[in-house]
Design a protein around this ligand. Structure first.
Ligand code: CP3
Length: 363
């Protein structure tokens, strides 16, 4: 199957945008920039709209999800929108009891730790998602229609999903954790149950990603936020096959695929090899060193240290210019943060970074 005829990549609306050009490996006329978590609590208009609505209810309200997605594009003129949703939305739609607790993150109704608990989870049929993801398809379609009316109308929407390991880390722990100990224990103590759990997560999250792309997203980003907790050996053996299976859900669709995780300096090559076109680099590794570790031929995204968003402008400006310069070692570079926008960020700082990136040219 290919993309539907009205898809913005097929009609040509987003095809030659700076973001898609860079994701395909060609340096565009200006460096594209967007921010992970650009939609969210740093924006007063977001905080106002969200009053009285729980996070996951907001994600499943197509009009609200679309409006929140568009807010940062109107305000900052970033080169991409990222669909307002969450990595646990497909788990909820598949029948998992989950809630997002403000200031904490996803909390599950119960942890999945034993072979019997894994079996009970994987008995939930991921095929239900094809119906239960209707609000996501509707939200994406509304967003794509809205983007056509902002600026020159060519801003692409990025669809996203959580990678199987990051989802499993929440499922096995039952909620957020620091070291993902229980997940890593299960991986080794019962590799068979672990593999079943990972395959189920890959199917669920892959369907979520595919639904967004078919509904109009021009790129797909897989977040393996917590993969940095793993050794390269564990990643390749116990995680990479499932990440590959998740991306296989969109492998036949001609959208660029981006793969990102936090603290994954040792895993970059392996994360690229699961089927990504672009690799996101977090702030712990110098961008040019990340580019080098990827062999020099892979477009990259990153890696402003979110902590510097609160530093004086002169300090932040020097940091951003340094990253832009280091990014010239890659065939193309999309400026982004090394992780999400902290909620207390002054949004005017983000607008200023967009202008700085757009004015910048390689020396
Ligand atoms: O603007 C965007 O980047 C798009 C929206 C987006 C959200 N979550 C919205 C959200 C994206 C891409 C995500 C992905 C996500 N969710 C990841 C991977 C990316 C990453 O940050 O590493 C992870 C690990 C999650 C799980 C999750 N959901 C966490 C850790 C939290 C934060 C909890 C908190 O309150 O600090 C959430 C909630 C969440 N997801 C918020 C937003 C805007 C905050 C909810 C709120 O406004 O109350």
């Amino acid at each position: 199957m290919s993309l539907p005829p009205e898809h913005p990549l097929v009609t040509g609306v987003t095809q030659s945008s700076p973001l898609i050009t860079a994701y395909r490996g060609t340096r565009p006329e200006r460096t594209p920039v967007w921010f992970m978590r650009q939609a969210g609590r740093s924006l007063p208009e977001y905080r106002e709209l969200r009053i009285g609505t729980a996070m996951l209810d907001a994600c499943l309200d197509p009009a609200m999800a679309s409006e929140i997605t568009l807010q940062p594009i109107r305000r900052h003129r970033t080169d991409a929108a990222i669909f307002f949703s969450d990595i646990v939305v497909p788990l909820k739609q598949a029948g998992v009891v989950v809630e997002i607790v403000p200031g904490r993150g996803p909390v599950m109704g119960s942890a999945v730790r034993t072979a019997a608990e894994v079996d009970a989870l994987v008995a939930l049929d991921p095929a239900v998602l094809d119906d239960t993801l209707a609000p996501i398809r509707e939200g994406v379609a509304l967003t794509v229609a809205g983007l056509a009316g902002i600026g020159d109308g060519s801003t692409p929407l990025i669809g996203f999903a959580g990678a199987p390991f990051t989802l499993a880390a929440y499922l096995v722990e039952g909620g957020p954790s620091k070291d993902h100990l229980a997940a890593r224990t299960l991986m080794h103590a019962d590799p068979e149950s672990w593999a079943k759990l990972m395959a189920w997560c890959a199917d669920v999250t892959g369907r979520f990603l595919r639904a967004q792309v078919l509904a109009g997203a021009s790129a797909a980003q897989l977040f393996d936020s917590w993969a940095g907790a793993l050794s390269l050996e564990d990643y390749e053996r116990h995680v990479a096959p499932a990440s590959r299976a998740a991306l296989a859900h969109v492998a036949d669709l001609p959208v660029p695929k981006v793969h990102f995780g936090v603290g994954t300096g040792e895993l970059l090559g392996a994360m690229h090899r699961v089927g990504a076109d672009v690799v996101g680099i977090d702030y712990r590794l110098a961008l040019d060193e990340g580019i080098r570790r990827l062999g020099g031929g892979v477009p990259v995204q990153g890696n402003i240290d979110p902590a510097l968003l609160a530093a004086p402008w002169s300090v932040l400006e020097a940091h951003v210019l340094d990253i832009l310069q280091r990014g010239t070692a890659a065939p193309a570079h999309v400026l982004n943060l090394g992780h999400g926008v902290p909620p207390e960020t002054d949004p005017d700082v983000l607008t200023r970074i967009v202008a700085l990136a757009h004015d910048w040219q390689p020396a």
